[in-house]
Design a binder for this molecule. Structure first.
Ligand SMILES: NC(=O)c1ccc[n+]([C@@H]2O[C@H](COP(=O)([O-])OP(=O)(O)OC[C@H]3O[C@@H](n4cnc5c(N)ncnc54)[C@H](OP(=O)(O)O)[C@@H]3O)[C@@H](O)[C@H]2O)c1
Length: 330
């Protein structure tokens, strides 16, 4: 499982832990600079309370669920997607709330990725006599991939999305826009925009496509909008382009990937074009690759998805492939 797949496909199972994950997903995109976290409190195999972290500065998932559970939390089992925190931030440590409530057992999905605090929460709970199980759940890890990257490397988690023809082209000719994917893949891309802090494109894509880069759905309003970033060294784009619309989210025009890091975003969706995608791949800056393939052939004059590379690029580790063979050529 990857972050991208999680946000596009959601949580399928129905275990108590899956319900905690589903709670956490409600916070995706809203919790910066914190991770999304979800929690359920269970007693006698009955759900007592649920909670998720909605926004930095507001209650953590465990505290919210325990508040809802009240005295019934005594002797309960708490399922939480991330190791409970044991430090004072903008809110008190969750470990103290858990101990105070008389919780008997804590099951958490993934250890806190911050090397300075990993394991501290679990240790304090164990010392208080609480049974603690760390289950290393892959979905819990995927859920916080952007946070993990950001906390460890001070750089944004990058999802690169590209839609190509079967012969690896992204447009029929230079200077042209070619619609390639169908409604299902478009919906996934808009879901990715909704979940990421920012969306980035190259200047040529702005000049040719003039995209809005907003999250839009046919059946519901978007819950949030990402910031918009254009990589434009030569300042060829201008304020009349739609990405610079004066609305509730900021737009940035930048000249380098270092400048991107300094913007401080936790997750960035890179939407091309080919030169930008190649830059990110060459500089080893892609954490996940969402590659949509459409059943269309564009020929040799088409714009390549990948430009010249300095060496063959073998993708592994975090790279995820999302190939949608059901996409329709427009
Ligand atoms: N199928 C798809 O998924 C998809 C997605 C997006 C776009 N498109 C299509 O792709 C075409 C445009 O793609 P493209 O490859 O020609 O251009 P592009 O990647 O959109 O933009 C290229 C420009 O980005 C800037 N840039 C790239 N890497 C950079 C870096 N490391 N640092 C700073 N600036 C950097 C450069 O600006 P400067 O020139 O100022 O240096 C470069 O000229 C259009 O036809 C569009 O319709 C398709």
């Amino acid at each position: 499982m990857s972050f991208c797949r999680l946000i596009c496909e959601g949580i399928q199972g129905n275990s108590w832990f899956d319900q905690a994950l589903r709670e956490a997903c409600k916070g995706i995109g809203f919790t910066y600079p914190n991770p999304p976290v979800g929690c359920v409190v269970v007693k006698d195999n009955q759900l007592i309370a649920t909670g998720y972290h909605a926004k930095a500065g507001e209650l953590h998932a465990e505290a919210k669920a325990l508040l809802e559970a009240g005295e019934t939390a005594l002797g309960s089992t708490l399922y939480v997607t991330l190791e409970p925190c044991n430090h004072f931030g903008r809110t008190p440590p969750c470990t103290q709330e858990i101990i105070k409530a008389g919780v008997k057992r804590v099951i958490y999905g993934v250890a806190d990725p911050n090397p300075h605090v990993t394991g501290h929460g679990a240790q304090v709970l164990r010392e208080a006599g609480i049974e603690v199980h760390a289950i290393s759940h892959p979905d819990a890890e995927a859920l916080i991939q952007p946070f993990t990257k950001f906390i460890r490397h001070k750089k944004p988690y990058v999802i690169a999305k590209i839609a190509t023809s079967l012969d690896g082209k992204i447009a029929f000719k230079p200077g042209e826009q070619t619609q390639m994917t169908g409604p299902d893949s478009r919906r996934r891309v808009h879901r990715m925009r909704e979940a990421c802090d920012a969306v980035l494109v190259g200047s040529e894509t702005v000049l040719v496509d003039n995209p809005q880069l907003t999250a839009r759905f046919d059946d519901r309003p978007a819950q949030r909008q990402p910031a918009r970033i254009v990589l434009d060294r030569r300042h060829r784009t201008n304020p009349t382009h739609q990405v610079y619309a004066k609305d509730s989210v900021p737009s940035y025009c930048i000249s380098s990937l270092d400048e991107l890091d300094s913007l401080g975003f936790m997750s960035v969706l890179v939407e091309g074009g080919g030169q930008v995608l190649t830059s990110f791949l060459e500089q080893n800056r892609v954490d996940e690759l969402a590659w949509f393939t459409a059943p269309i052939l564009l020929g040799n004059q088409g714009v390549p998805a990948i430009g010249n590379l300095s060496k063959p690029l073998k993708l592994s580790g975090g790279a995820d492939f999302l190939t949608l063979s059901s996409c329709q050529a427009a």
